[in-house]
Design a protein around this ligand. Sequence first.
Ligand code: HGY
Ligand code: MN
Ligand code: MN
Ligand code: MN
Length: 414
Amino acid sequence: MTEGLAINGERLLERLDRFAAIGGTDQGGVNRQALTVLDRQSRTLLTELALKRGFSVFQDPIANLFLRREGKNPDLPPLLIGSHLDSQPAGGRFDGALGTLSAFEVLETLEDLAMTTERAVEVVAFTNEEGCRFAPGCMGSMAFAEGAIPDHWRTLKATDGADFAPELAATLQSLPEAQSRPLGFPVHAYLEVHIEQGPSLESQGLPIGIVTGIQGTRWLEVTVTGQTAHAGTTALTYRRDPMRAVTAALAVLYQEIMPADPSARFTVGRMTLSPGATNAIPESVRLTIDLRHPTPERLDAMEARVKEIFEGEARGEACKVMLARIFDMAPTQFPPALLEVLDQAAESAGLAAQHMLSGAFHDALFMNRIAPAAMIFVPCRDGLSHNPAEHVEPEHSIAGATLLLHAVSLLACV
Ligand code: HGY
Ligand code: MN
Ligand code: MN
Ligand code: MN
């Protein structure tokens, strides 16, 4: 019986403000990157709030954080609800935090209403979903789903020069109250509330999206190497200038990939020239490329085209080129049976909803490999995200958490 079930909206909105202050920026956004002191502060605050409510707190070897409310039968795999707390460097206050805090609000409401659940319900905050400070993204959910931390992650360098292993160790040590638990365990189902990070719900005036799947993502790192030389004395015929090769290649790819295919996404997010002197031709140019598409075949074709164009332009400039794939997320479809539960929950919550695909990747993608997973989207203003101006109307934050509560009561309550 879920009719009339409601969360404490005031408490959720207050929490969102409180967490937004951790790493808050002058532009009203958040810079709380993974495994930083600020990330640890947000995890400590969530842990304190959970312990106050009598929930138990765990963290696993990749620092995924779990807050557990017991059910009738402790041996049953728990229902997992959550998202992430880490943010983009120029992030907004809702990406990740809304899902994690909505999940915590549901746990508190179950407690307030003294609702008995058949199985435990656990809130999870996955480590490093954004993959900005340390690539790849979704580190926590990937390691959880695969039951292992890839060896090469231990020697990763952060964009700010820090080393992964000590940052992870410091993050784990920063939560002495959390009990440790092994990586990965059986999960009944996983649900994640998230902002849409696109314009479609807002343009249709809808409060809820029920996410049917997530498109594929591939991250490439391209390094073009030529010869550094004097900017003033080196004529064109003597140059082996990687920047000329890169700009020629990007001119082709920006003109070609997205205009030719409305579902394709091609983004260069980071570029480093070295040695980085104003009056020296660069020796090398390193750049990241983020490719997205709903179909793996098109992703393959896009990646092949990027390789072909960069190799051609580098050759023309007598430069060398290296391409590495640093992140590969195949598209995923969420199970129809779980989508039906969300449809039912939207009905009982009296919320208009539509089914839709996610253009952004999420932890739910990896969770869907080991348990039924699904997502609830809420609109964000102008569809803007990964931007300090990211904004969600209070009633939409409340709608997302309310739908999650109805879905949890359908899935886990007796
Ligand atoms: O990049 C993504 O799709 C996610 O928002 N981190
Ligand atoms: Mn996110
Ligand atoms: Mn994000
Ligand atoms: Mn996510």
